[in-house]
Write a protein that binds this ligand. Structure first.
Ligand SMILES: O=C(O)C(=O)[C@@H](O)CO
Ligand SMILES: [Mg+2]
Length: 256
């Protein structure tokens, strides 16, 4: 049975961020994820996790200046120093929250740009080394360029090849079913091929990014396939509820 994690950046936004932990627990979740914890002190987040008995499944490294358009730093050669500092920040939050994996966003750059590719490889080696010393996995996620135009990591095969080439034991793939369908389709084959390197899964209906089961894919079938493949990690519910979060959770009860 999938271990669902509520994505608190997208779900339970009826509540203030720190109150979303209790709301997720009350709704039946045992784990949470979100994009960025950095507006809150790590101790405040750790306290909410402890109080609710929740597991922290995932969060992202600081992405640079999100409001100014940054979408990560790893493939940006002229931001290497900032990237190094972002690792230290993320690892402080990792220690406080007990998270097992962090997502590193590549940033906006062309995969044809050799300096970007070199920077990306160097960044991944560096972050895997530092995170590995703390017993953490690092995940990278191909993101569709309709939602994020110009995103460097926009191809699942490229990501899988890079993971194989780098051979870093704690570098894994974040398989977001929503992005996979928009970028390539062929979701079940993608899961079968990439199962050995998947470190985290996320789900949302395509194309509107609402509750699973409301889009063009048979999400229940996909979740059963994950089980059949022996996937034991988390499935992050990274969707924007069509209405109040609590009113749209029936899809999940089918897996209880
Ligand atoms: O957008 C997604 O999908 C994510 O998983 C985020 O972490 C990056 O925007
Ligand atoms: Mg995602």
């Amino acid at each position: 049975m999938p271990r669902f994690a509520a994505n608190l950046t997208m779900m339970f936004t009826e509540h203030e961020f720190l109150d979303r932990f209790a709301a997720a627990k009350k709704a039946g979740f045992d784990a949470v994820e979100y994009l960025f914890p950095y507006d809150q002190p790590p101790e405040a987040i750790a306290e909410r996790l402890r109080a609710q008995g929740l597991t922290q499944a995932l969060f992202n490294l600081p992405p640079g200046n999100w409001e100014a358009g940054d979408r990560g730093l790893a493939a940006l050669p002229d931001r290497a120093e900032e990237f190094r500092a972002s690792i230290d920040t993320a690892l402080r939050y990792a220690e406080a929250t007990g998270v097992g994996r962090v997502h590193v966003m590549s940033g906006l750059a062309s995969r044809q740009d050799v300096t970007a590719l070199t920077a990306y490889r160097d960044s991944l080696r560096r972050v895997c080394d530092a995170a590995g010393a703390q017993g953490l996995d690092v995940v990278i996620e191909p993101i569709n360029t309709r939602d994020m135009p110009g995103y460097f990591l926009d191809d699942f095969s490229f990501a899988a090849d890079l993971i194989a080439e780098l051979g870093l034991p704690n570098l894994k793939l974040q398989f977001d079913i929503y992005h996979r369908q928009i970028l390539h389709g062929d979701v079940l084959m993608g899961l079968r091929e990439m199962a050995p390197i998947i470190g985290h899964v996320q789900i949302a209906a395509v194309p509107d990014r609402h509750e699973p089961g409301t889009g063009e894919l048979d999400d229940a079938r996909i979740l059963r396939e994950l089980d059949a493949l022996g996937y034991e990690g988390f499935v992050g519910c990274e969707y924007r509820p069509a209405g109040r979060t609590e009113d749209g959770l029936d899809w999940m009860r089918a897996f209880a």
